[in-house]
Design a protein around this ligand. Sequence first.
Ligand SMILES: CC(C)(COP(=O)(O)OP(=O)(O)OC[C@H]1O[C@@H](n2cnc3c(N)ncnc32)[C@H](O)[C@@H]1OP(=O)(O)O)[C@@H](O)C(=O)NCCC(=O)NCCS
Length: 381
Amino acid sequence: MDTTLARGLKDVVLDTTESSFIDGEAGILLYRGYSIHDLAAKSSFLEVCYLLLHGDLPNVKELEDFTNRLTSYRTLPPEVIEVIRLTKDAHPIDVLRTAVSAVATFDPDVTLDTSDPVGSRESNVRKSERLTAQFPTMVAAHHRIRQGLDPVAPRSDLSHAANFLYMLEGKEPSPEAVSAMDLDFLLHAEHGANASAFAARVTASALSDMHSSIVSAIGTLKGPAHGGAAEAVQKMTSEIGTAGKAHDYIRAKLDRKERIMGFGHRVYKAEDPRARHMRDRAKSLGEKTGHSEWYEILIAVEKEMVPYQSRGIFVNVDFYAGAVYALLGLPEDLFIPIFAVGRIPGWCVEILEQYDNNILIRPLLDYTGPKSLEYTPVEQR
Ligand SMILES: CC(C)(COP(=O)(O)OP(=O)(O)OC[C@H]1O[C@@H](n2cnc3c(N)ncnc32)[C@H](O)[C@@H]1OP(=O)(O)O)[C@@H](O)C(=O)NCCC(=O)NCCS
């Protein structure tokens, strides 16, 4: 058998997809054929969710119906709030993972039939819509409960992003905050066979159900090489303190052979096309709130990393995302769950595609251990 070792599945094409296109050399990202720059400038997160889950941009009526459906799905069963209460001391991303397991029990489309846990395509689209609507409520309810506060009930008159910030803070957010949050969700919505979407596809490929596949994705997103980078960047920014100290800080880190979080990408060998939008928001929110120091530190760090561009190491979307979240007043341990709130439609569409044309994902491993050891009974060892 002709086999090639491809560690980390680098440069391996897993399958075909119609949901997103990435040209890593040119720094291009399209959602179903639409440029991320056009969508970032003109669209909204919910419109992009519709585009991903239903195949094309909605007309006015379709968007209205979709928005109404998702709004009606925002409230969680009280039992799920109770599970969140019981696990409140865990990291928010672990609570989200647990809440997804819990909410599966109450999803009207979840089946107990282990001979067909997947169900119909329509039922999986409905599950996708429910999960997209429920994620913000889960994250916000936990954030309130862990502070000793009551969860804030979702409001049907607020947009997806506005309602999320409202449920977190208990007060209506500013238009700038809503716009930045919506943009952040939109930019994170889908990204091909990234590690968490791949994990979701592996679970789905075994013909397991959508909620289980999403749990796999959340567990993968938690890793610092994937969803944890924004939090790490914000910690680094705080450690640097002022733009003038960036040079020495970054030099020392690189001399110790440490990685600079928010730089480098498995696929992009040019600037991540999403980064410029977050960079602009970090700048404008910094000016608006009178806290431009984070933006200035990040710009100084980016300058230090210019020599790495010749090695294909550029800034990625997470580099400025942390500053945007911090400027919105969001604590660092919510950064990964916020990524998940943006990424949920992308995970769902990857799972739907996997179900539509399923093949079990099961690679090989190249065994490098011994092959002719002789077994000795335990008492003789
Ligand atoms: C994202 C990431 C895991 C992709 O890694 P990858 O494609 O597997 O690339 P590798 O880990 O093989 O790195 C290739 C080389 O670039 C270097 N490199 C990669 N990212 C780097 C970074 N952020 N800072 C410094 N050097 C970096 C590696 O040290 C390695 O150098 P070497 O060949 O001398 O050993 C990696 O760039 C990284 O760890 N970045 C920081 C975390 C981050 O921002 N993640 C969010 C991604 S959206």
